[in-house]
Design a protein around this ligand. Structure first.
Ligand SMILES: [Zn+2]
Length: 263
């Protein structure tokens, strides 16, 4: 018995095949759409877990003058000490920064951000990244010096930087600090102190080098100087008000801060 040749029912095949092909095409696109956002963004892959305490994400109020205060050292890093090692630079830096924040917040439309608000230890890179992400207008690192002898205030700016706002910022701060009484004006200095470990090969303190906005590093007296320690303790509020005033005056004179300044 001859086998009956079966008709191939193309119509039925196509009825099934076409929606199937469409479905496969659609799913392959859906898969792409779902996967793309899951690829890690550059920012998250750059977040390296270290033995440090990164500053929290800054809370920024729109249309304000953004000032980052960076109390040097912290946590496991004491910074310098007084002669009998009972006093740590990290604590003085933090106290000065907290007082300066209070003084700055008396001016309207200023946002003050701190790289640390307690005895934590953000890395230098985290401090810079924090300020850069906040798109801050100014960055001021607060430190105290130490040496076998010497006293007075010096302010450091980046040596290789053509941005004169750094020097201007340092000059404003120095002038007003001096008006409150300091043991000696050691000047605005470029680069970094030779024996410092907080520098990199390009000739400036790391925080001055790696922040995108005008910046300076204030060394407010020597931990190793009794007269500087006395001044620091007696004039903490005066010094913090001087730094705050210098910051808003510089901002006002250079189009960064638009509120009228009280006399
Ligand atoms: Zn220091």
């Amino acid at each position: 018995m001859p086998r009956r040749r079966r008709h191939i029912r193309w119509d039925r095949i196509l009825i099934v095949a076409i929606p199937l092909i469409l479905l496969i095409l659609l799913c392959s696109r859906c898969g792409k759409d779902e996967q793309e956002p899951k690829e890690p963004a550059a920012e998250t892959t750059a977040a390296v877990v270290q033995d440090t305490t990164a500053p929290a994400q800054p809370a920024i109020v729109e249309d304000t003058f953004i000032v980052v205060l960076d109390p040097g050292h912290g946590g496991k890093d004491d910074g310098s000490t007084n002669r009998d090692k009972t006093r740590f630079e990290k604590n003085d830096n933090l106290n000065l920064a907290l007082a300066t924040r209070d003084a700055l917040q008396k001016y309207p439309k200023v946002t003050v951000l701190m790289t640390r608000e307690d005895d934590s230890f953000p890395s230098l890179d985290e401090r810079c990244e924090f300020a850069n992400q906040a798109n801050a207008d100014l960055f001021i690192s607060l430190h105290r010096n130490a040496a076998s002898e010497g006293n007075g205030v010096e302010i450091w700016v980046n040596s290789g930087d053509e941005n004169d706002m750094d020097t201007l910022l340092a000059e404003y701060i120095m002038e007003l600090l001096e008006s409150k009484g300091i043991s000696r004006n050691r000047g605005i200095r470029k680069g970094f102190r030779g024996e410092s470990s907080n520098n990199d090969a390009e000739g400036g303190y790391y925080v001055n080098r790696h922040t995108n906005m005008p910046s300076c590093l204030v060394e407010l007296g020597f931990m190793s100087s009794d007269i500087d320690n006395q001044n620091f303790d007696n004039k903490l509020i005066d010094y913090s008000e001087a730094i705050a005033r210098a910051v808003v005056e510089l901002g006002s004179d250079n189009g960064l801060y638009h509120e009228p300044l009280p006399n």
